[in-house]
Design a protein around this ligand. Structure first.
Ligand code: GAR
Length: 186
């Protein structure tokens, strides 16, 4: 059974879908830590209610990215994860930190990478007139949203779509893609 740590910054719906999937008796992994960089992240309540160990490393308490990442590394190392899943974790990680977890850290991103790394992915897909949008699970490397792709899912862009309606359609796919990719990796 692989030990999985999940990093969040907010709502945590992807974290929830991972934890729910890991409840299956035949799933070869278990959630050992939910870690947020924001004290108020909604996902922390789910972790607490589920009895999953959870922690906050508040980026506002650190003067530099290096100091924040060192604190993050300390908390993560103590939990001894085999795999780290970034799930709506909205901090850029330093290359030094990323290298320490090379090959063990994955992320879900709301676009069909290599299209639209970074923010505002749905609006950018709409502005480009794309016929489809989607999400990608990939390994984390120092360059943002550029690591090897593990899996993708796509949805159609429909007439009248806004960034909000498209986001909802993609998020539904995220919730099955991420657990499927984690299972594959395990
Ligand atoms: C998800 O759509 C995820 O793909 C995206 O943030 C959302 C988090 O929602 N991630 C990124 O944009 C990463 N740069 P959640 O907290 O409900 O999982």
């Amino acid at each position: 059974t692989k030990r999985v740590a999940i990093l969040i910054s907010g709502r945590g719906s992807n974290m929830r879908s991972l934890c729910e999937a890991m409840k299956a008796a035949d799933f070869p992994a278990e959630p050992i830590l939910v870690l947020s960089n924001r004290p108020g992240a909604g996902g922390l309540e789910y972790a607490a209610a589920e009895g999953i160990a959870h922690a906050v490393v508040d980026h506002k308490e650190y003067a530099t990215r290096e100091a924040f990442d060192a604190a993050l590394h300390e908390v993560l190392s103590a939990a001894r994860p085999d795999i780290i899943c970034l799930a709506g974790f909205m901090r850029i990680l330093t290359p030094g930190f990323v290298d320490k977890w090379a090959g063990k850290m994955i992320n879900i991103h709301p676009s069909l990478l290599p299209k639209y790394p970074g923010l505002h992915t749905h609006q950018r897909a709409l502005d480009a007139g794309d016929a489809e949008a989607g999400c990608t699970v990939h390994y984390v490397v120092p360059e943002m949203d550029a690591g090897e792709i593990i899996g993708q899912a796509s949805v159609p862009v429909l007439p009248g779509d806004t960034a909000e309606t498209l986001e909802k359609r993609v998020l539904i796919e995220e919730h099955t893609l991420y657990p499927a990719c984690l299972r594959k990796l395990c």
